[in-house]
Design a protein around this ligand. Structure first.
Ligand code: IPM
Ligand code: MG
Length: 351
């Protein structure tokens, strides 16, 4: 039987609860499809940091490099100063493992409520490809005269031709694979960020020549936000830089029904990729068995696709669709009409 080695970082807050449901579903679908998963669990997160002062040892990064697939629960602890764990674990792994794509499906499923009036599942179904290794996230910059009246703070956006181009190629390929409208929208700010997005735009136009079957489009990030609300049906695949991608994917999560369902992948097509529910650790719901595990289950579903287990991925998505449509009262924590574990069981029973 095929066996997959998967590194698991349950993390903080409700992370362990949702990861355990995702594992339940992966195991069940594996049984049906003829593969098994072997999990290696890593205890990075706030608890370990508070106990030992250790965030993410270099030796663990090297170990994680040996996995093709990593499943992450959530990072963020109420007793740890914001930023420490996000930078020390999540961002550190993205960079160290060169997960240069952040892939975020924005798909509204039947039975899920969107805040967009008059929009339904046919209107909201696109993907955001966020550059995940450069831009404003590299930590390049610094202070001058910190703490004085003359203080200067500089935060630089790094955009390399290679980094931008590999992201664009991924987006064009994805757009082709999806085989839907075959429309790729570059989201930028060429009217103001005249260096960074000049490079993006030129690279975009050049790469586009190799993909004559793909229609290209461009939108400034502010307008893209507007259209995501007003006309989300215009989008098929959106490609953008790290910072804009961070912002528009939270908007995307909201229009698809909220964090209860939003999943993402940090992808290194040649290396170790990491899949996560994007909702955070939700400390106030910790240990109550009320958090919605579907985002983590969908992160597992993205991982299955990434492994090439398409039929298993399809099964999981269909089961989630059924559960959302026929069972859950709401996707919000505590309002589902079922416990976290019961929602996991419902998915398993519908595989
Ligand atoms: C995300 C998150 C992270 C980011 C935070 C937690 C550092 O918002 O994955 O979108 O900004 O990338
Ligand atoms: Mg974000």
């Amino acid at each position: 039987m095929k066996k997959y080695d998967i590194a698991v970082i349950p993390g903080d807050g409700t992370g362990p609860e949702v990861v355990s449901e995702a594992r339940k579903v992966l195991d069940a679908v594996g049984e049906l499809e003829g593969f098994s998963c072997d999990y290696q669990v890593y205890d990075f997160g706030g608890e370990r940091y508070l106990k030992t002062g250790e965030i993410l040892p270099d030796s663990s990064i090297d170990e994680l490099r040996g996995f093709k697939n990593i499943l992450l629960g959530a990072i963020g602890h109420p007793e740890v100063k914001p930023g420490i764990l996000e930078q020390g674990i999540l961002l550190k792994l993205r960079f160290a493992l060169d997960q240069y794509i952040n892939l975020r499906p924005v798909k509204l499923y039947a039975g899920v409520e969107t805040p967009l009036r008059d929009k339904g599942p046919d209107d909201i179904d696109f993907m955001v490809v966020r550059e995940n290794s450069e831009g404003l996230y590299t930590g390049s910059g610094g202070f001058l005269k910190k703490g004085t009246a003359d203080e200067v703070a500089i935060q630089e956006s790094i955009n390399t031709r290679k980094g931008v181009e590999r992201c664009l190629r991924y987006a064009f390929d994805l757009c082709r694979q999806r085989g839907r409208e075959k429309k790729l929208t570059l989201c930028g700010k060429t009217n103001v960020l005249t260096y960074a997005f000049d490079l993006w735009q030129r690279a975009f136009n050049e790469v586009a020549e190799e993909y004559p079957d793909i229609t290209t489009d461009y939108g400034h990030v502010d307008a893209v936000c507007m259209w995501m609300v007003k006309n989300p049906e215009w989008f098929d695949v959106i490609v953008t830089d790290n910072m804009f991608g961070d912002i528009i994917t939270d908007l995307g999560a909201m229009i698809q029904g909220g964090m209860g369902i939003a999943a993402g992948g940090n992808i290194n097509p040649q290396g170790a990729s990491m899949f996560e529910p994007i909702g955070g650790s939700a400390p106030k719901y910790t240990g109550q068995n009320v958090i919605n595990p579907l985002a983590a289950i969908m992160a597992g579903q993205m991982m299955l696709r990434h492994m090439g287990e398409y039929s298993a991925a399809e099964r999981v998505e269909k089961a989630v669709v059924t559960v959302l449509r026929d069972k859950l009262k709401s996707v919000a924590a505590g309002k589902m009409g079922y416990t976290t574990e019961e929602v996991g069981d419902l998915v398993v029973n519908n595989l």
